[in-house]
Design a protein. Structure first.
Lengths: 210, 210
DNA sequence: GGATGATCTGATCGTTGTCAAGATTGGCTT
DNA sequence: AAGCCAATCTTGACAACGATCAGATCATCC
């Protein structure tokens, strides 16, 4: 089959269908949104039969897991980039939060998938914990003055910050808030105002624990 | 048909099927969780044919809307109750937040439906705004020292508080946080610790606005 | 008491997730 | 180089889903 590459005729074996499926899924999530993603649609987009994905994923949910993992990587990357671009001040936490929220606004469907997967599985992927966004938050908290030896205090602070960012990420899309957003001078100002209301920008020390 | 009430034979016309469907839906959400809710399942639970609901709701999503509205009512009620039971201190905002999160933990599927519906429609139901949970938050913020005449500052604070509560509500279910939760002395202590990390308990004044 | 409109059923269509059985092929063994 | 094996992909099927439509049933009002 020497003409395989040039004509429409795909080889019977795809080569790297797993990767192709994940990318097709990402494309669909971006274009169609979270509602229009079905296993069959992903297979269609990748140009294979509806049953083909089952040789690479046990479930539909396992495909979504793969999409989620890619999303977490992408998020961490963008947060890292935001941090490195920001001038060194003491509001680096807010920079991180703004990057987090902006990711979720630009990729709402993927963000939902990321979050649902982490919620359904018992733990978040350890990659997230070790080298991902969670780690970035902890590092930045330590920079801001939290004692890294107080593990409880650090974890509590990180969880709190994460909760705040997640909450903002999901509520900020409400059309209802657009007037307020405009009044405050755009999206980033809006986010900074919210985060400063939540006092996320202030250097903090460990909390007293019972 | 004098025996209609006593025997199994339902009257052909249900009487108040709309109400029965909403209650069947609530039951299913509590028992089966959010995944196991289908229009057909709700109809089955209510004992009618799969097509019957379409005489009371245009859509599946319209049924979910009705479920969401009931959820918002229930949430506001529980928040009001928590507020009236709490001794008057200056951490009433935290009391409110704890009630909010506990509702979402006890009714996770309903909470998700509530939130999704509000997100898909352009605005949240005005009931929520006028007499619901949002109003409670605003009132409590004013109690805590926000100037009610500064509408922007008040709305910003309310949005921030709501974002925080929502974020905590969705992340607190993570199994991963259970050790931390136990270490802090149970769920309520955990929630209070998070909220205090976010500085939600402190009387606040209006934020400076550009 | 009979017509009218609301309500419910039954059948049906297109779509989805999932599975089993068969076709096809890359790669290892000899 | 020939042949076999296991991985991969397709075809066909099944149950369940959301949605629609024609027809059966009932309450209500003139």
């Amino acid at each position: 089959m020497e003409h395989a590459q040039l004509t429409e005729a795909r080889p019977y074996h795809h080569g790297d269908l797993r990767r192709a499926l994940v990318e097709a899924g990402r494309r669909l999530l971006e274009v169609e949104g979270g509602a229009g993603i079905s296993l069959r649609a992903v297979a269609r987009e990748a140009g294979v039969s509806p049953a083909a994905p089952y040789h690479h994923f046990r479930d539909k949910s396992e495909l979504l897991d793969a999409l989620a993992i890619e999303g977490w990587d992408q998020l961490a990357e963008q947060m890292r980039a935001a941090l490195s671009k920001a001038e060194p001040g003491r509001d680096r936490l807010v920079t991180l939060g703004v990057a987090y929220v902006q990711f979720s606004k630009k990729n709402p469907a993927i963000y939902r998938v990321m979050f649902d997967c982490s919620q359904n599985h018992e733990t978040m992927p350890e990659k997230l914990r070790d080298e991902g966004a969670y780690r970035l938050v902890c590092d930045t908290l330590v920079e801001s003055g939290i004692d890294p030896r107080d593990e409880i205090g650090l974890e509590l602070a990180a969880v709190a910050v994460w909760c705040a960012a997640h909450g903002v990420a999901e509520m900020v899309g409400f059309k209802e808030f657009e007037p307020l957003q405009a009044h405050l001078g755009g999206e980033e100002a809006f986010l900074r105002a919210i985060f400063s209301q939540l006092d996320l920008f202030r250097p903090r020390s460990a909390v007293a624990v019972g």
